[in-house]
Write a protein that binds this ligand. Structure first.
Ligand SMILES: Cc1cc2nc3c(=O)[nH]c(=O)nc-3n(C[C@H](O)[C@H](O)[C@H](O)COP(=O)(O)O)c2cc1C
Length: 227
């Protein structure tokens, strides 16, 4: 059989890997059982614009979180690291209608920056406060399109110049029904054209280690523009 022999595998939303995030939200009345701060796990999430920064999440109408986000027009996307992975899965199989998922997971709800109603997860390495701009009914899911109004990150993720180093966050991705810890860094934006010096600086390889990563360097276009 030829190496690239192809088979049709049926039509589905097979785009992978995708981020998996814990979206936190709350109702206008947090003293009511359904309005208390809640968390829903979302895999259908994406970045959709740079300026202004905008994101989307797709949520089924049946979810309690759909009701809460529709009520307030607010939600927080909390990035998931290794320590949150189990809670992330849990919040994706239990509904806030039946229990307080913050307390079930031992997580802390903190008022989200830039928002009136929603809460962020204090334990998350990065929390992205979002205000809904529009909702599209797509079929199984409604897509909430939202603008990012604030972002908070754990200070251990900043370098001495205040630059965010997300590679330190041990983030989790979702691939065809399974969770994966992000692993080996194999390049960076534009690395295919980077000079040797910049490549080494960004990748952090010592000269001694160079041969170990030769296979990656050899993928660079020989006459490509360098920067
Ligand atoms: C890995 C994973 C990804 C999920 N992605 C979505 C999603 O993108 N949209 C959605 O509506 N539900 C998704 N779910 C299901 C909801 O998280 C789940 O139904 C949850 O219990 C709803 O909680 P709520 O009723 O408190 O809002 C996902 C679940 C898991 C485990």
């Amino acid at each position: 059989m030829a190496k690239h022999d192809k088979k049709e595998i049926g039509i589905s939303a097979i785009l992978n890997p995708v981020p998996v995030v814990m979206v936190s939200c709350a109702g206008k009345d947090i003293t009511s059982e359904e309005g208390r701060p809640n968390i829903i796990t979302i895999a259908w999430a994406g970045t959709i614009n740079s300026e202004p920064p905008m994101v989307s999440i797709s949520v089924r109408k049946s979810r309690l979180s759909h009701k809460l986000i529709s009520q307030t027009g607010e939600f927080v996307i909390n990035l998931v690291n290794k320590g949150l992975a189990k809670s992330c899965d849990y919040c994706g199989v239990k509904s806030g209608r039946d229990e307080d998922k913050f307390s079930a997971c031992g997580l802390t709800a903190v008022k989200a920056k830039g928002l009136e109603y929603a809460y962020a997860i204090s334990e998350a390495p990065v929390s992205i406060s979002c205000k809904v701009k529009s909702v599209s009914e797509l079929g199984s899911h409604d897509m909430f399109i939202a603008e990012v109004v604030a972002v908070t990150a754990d200070s251990y993720l900043m370098d001495e110049n205040g630059k965010l180093c997300l590679d330190k966050a041990k983030l989790v991705a979702y691939n065809h029904g399974e969770y994966f810890l992000l692993g080996e860094k194999i390049g960076f934006f534009g690395y295919s054209l980077a000079s040797d010096d910049i490549f080494e600086k960004r990748m952090g390889y010592s000269r001694k280690e160079r041969d170990k990563y030769k296979h990656i360097r050899e993928q660079k276009p020989k006459n490509g523009k360098k920067y």
